[in-house]
Design a protein around this ligand. Structure first.
Ligand code: GLN
Length: 220
């Protein structure tokens, strides 16, 4: 079984942990860099990305997270977490991990008052995904390796690239667990082909969502 952690420095980490626990998955609350060694997949929750960046100064998080990704760890960033994972951040510019080849614009769907919930189409699924947007960022530019898994009014809102899943919304705030399942499958798929297997470096191009861990082992 994949070992899942939730970055628990700031933001909505408890709800994320509860969402995975609904699926019978144990979750580690990660507060220190050294705990990354105990997990295979990490959720970076929504919250406030500038505050999160400040809190991350206490330990060498940037190096550790890049190493985690390079060593085969899967990452799932939601909202502020997606901002942190992107290559370039605008409005205003701020530091980011650059593990997702995307330019992201903060607070692009307006302020708190403009938060909303809606159903969106999810690639590989015949059920719409419930999604809550809260002062959500917008992907402005995606690299060729980035796969778009869901759009809202033609704007990409859920994307994936080589072990990184990023949503501009909050999947932990609804009862829909499709993305938690998808992240578990991604994490297991990575484990199945081995952390040092060169095939891991190839971009993920197969259909998302419904592929089972077994199918992923064959297609990866
Ligand atoms: N607006 C926040 C930011 O820029 C993100 C909002 C969220 O995570 N819900 O960091």
């Amino acid at each position: 079984m994949a070992r899942i952690g939730v970055l628990a420095l700031q933001g909505n980490f408890a709800k994320h942990a509860a969402a995975f626990m609904d699926l019978g998955q144990a979750v580690l609350e990660v507060r220190h860099v050294r705990q990354l060694a105990e997990i295979d997949g990490l959720v970076i929750p929504g919250g406030e990305s500038t505050t999160l960046l400040n809190l991350m100064e206490d330990e060498p998080w940037f190096e550790a997270l890049r190493e985690f990704h390079g060593g085969g760890g899967a990452l799932f960033g939601t909202c502020a977490g997606a901002i942190l994972l992107s290559r370039e951040v605008r409005n205003p510019a701020q530091r980011s991990l650059g593990l997702l080849d995307a330019v992201i614009h903060r607070n692009a769907f307006g302020r708190q008052i403009d938060s909303f919930e809606t159903g969106i189409g999810l690639a590989g699924s015949d059920r719409p995904l419930r999604a809550v947007f809260i002062r959500a960022p917008r992907f402005e530019d995606l690299g060729a390796e980035v796969e778009v898994l869901a759009r809202l009014e033609n704007e990409p809102v859920l994307v994936r690239q080589d072990g990184v899943l990023a949503a501009t919304f909050h999947p932990e705030l609804t009862r829909d667990r499709q993305l938690q399942r998808m992240f578990l499958e991604m994490t297991q798929g990575k484990l199945a082909i081995g952390k040092n297997d060169p095939r891991r470096q190839a971009p993920d191009t197969e259909a998302p969502g419904l592929a089972t861990a077994e199918e992923r082992r064959i297609t990866c």
